[in-house]
Design a protein around this ligand. Structure first.
Ligand code: SF4
Length: 336
């Protein structure tokens, strides 16, 4: 049984321009210990999917309009506020893109970890401090006993993100949501933080939902990948299949836009046009205005999700259920 089952999730926002369908019928499963990536351009709905899972959709503008989020077979959408708080942090925790805005600048690092541990594990102060020092050591903060008393501004960006990982993993959650965890960091620190996340995940058996626009990070980290576009999942597959045989024209274009050694010295491919506004979706395939293989009915009929190979699903009219074909292009993962 999967650890997390998301079925037909719909999360909408009331805006001055009308109803924004940020997440509009998204389904996927995450298994224990698995790294699952949601990838796509800004505004495709991946972060809102994450906020929906951890039940932090900003209300009252935002709300979950439909679907189920089953964590260990319990629908967390329908839990009381108190039960949601128990799951958040204990069972599902999250690290955000910008560690500076997630840490309180007027509290010491040590106090912030201790408070997080005490809130969820009901340990006394000494036991929580002991655990906090252990976590700081585990995430590679040198001389944890000294750094315990420091304030966030005394830490570099990479060190702050390590602290956030320590807080997120201190209660040994079943699922860690990492929303663009390295975007605000420079490249060498990015690699260290990703490696740390992967090592700790293995050690603790935590599943990771990785939210990113960076396919290079996905190729390194994820076992299973869902490509999102305009509030929906365009394609979902295991890493090997997605990179070797992408079926959806959007996935193909995303992979073509990746820098590789073979493309050195050549201009990178771009995808013409823009993601449509979530308040203004037209009927039919939402990628139709940008698609190089668009057909007349793409503008009027929304494609269903079709299984093109075992565990590999695509939402595109090029692949009707009765005539599964192989994509023209293959082997995109040459050397990212
Ligand atoms: Fe392109 Fe049509 Fe497939 Fe949409 S359904 S991705 S427009 S071919």
């Amino acid at each position: 049984m999967p650890l997390l089952v998301v079925r037909d999730l719909k999360t909408y926002f009331r805006t001055g321009e009308g109803l924004a369908r940020a997440v509009d019928g998204v389904s996927f499963d995450i298994h224990e210990g698995q790294t699952f990536a949601l990838v796509g351009e800004s505004g495709c709905g991946k972060s809102v999917t994450a906020l929906s899972i951890i039940q932090l959709v900003p209300e009252p503008a935002g709300y979950i309009a439909g679907g189920e989020i089953l964590y260990k077979d319990i629908d967390i959408i329908r839990l009381s506020e108190q039960e949601k708080r128990r799951i958040r942090g204990n069972e599902i925790s999250m690290i955000f893109q910008e560690p500076m805005t997630s840490l309180n600048p007027v509290l010491t690092i040590g106090n912030q970890i201790v408070e997080a541990i005490r809130l969820h594990q009901h340990l006394d102060r000494n036991a929580a401090k002991h655990k906090a020092l252990e976590m700081l050591d585990m995430v590679g903060i040198p001389t944890p006993a000294q750094r315990f008393k420091d304030y966030p501004h005394q830490f570099s960006g990479g060190m702050k993100q390590r602290v956030m990982i320590a807080i997120a993993l201190s209660c040994q959650p079943g699922l860690l949501i990492a929303d663009e965890p390295t975007t605000a960091l420079d490249v060498t620190i990015q690699a260290q933080v990703l490696e740390l996340t992967r090592d700790l995940q293995k050690e603790m058996g935590t599943a990771v939902l990785l939210i990113t626009h960076d396919l290079g990070v996905v190729a390194e980290m994820a076992e299973r990948i869902a490509v999102m576009y305009a509030g929906k999942i365009a394609e979902i597959a295991d890493r090997g299949n997605l990179f070797k045989s992408p079926y959806h024209p959007y996935t193909q274009k995303l992979l073509e836009s990746l820098p590789t050694r073979q493309k050195r010295g050549h201009a990178l491919q771009t995808i013409a046009g823009r993601v449509p506004k979530a308040t203004n979706y037209l009927p039919g395939c939402r990628f139709a205005d940008r698609c190089h293989r668009v057909m007349p009915h793409c503008h009027t009929v929304m494609p269903d999700s079709v299984e093109v190979a075992q565990g590999h699903e695509v939402s595109c009219h090029l692949y009707p259920v009765s005539s599964i074909q192989h994509p023209a292009s293959s082997i995109y993962l040459l050397s990212i």
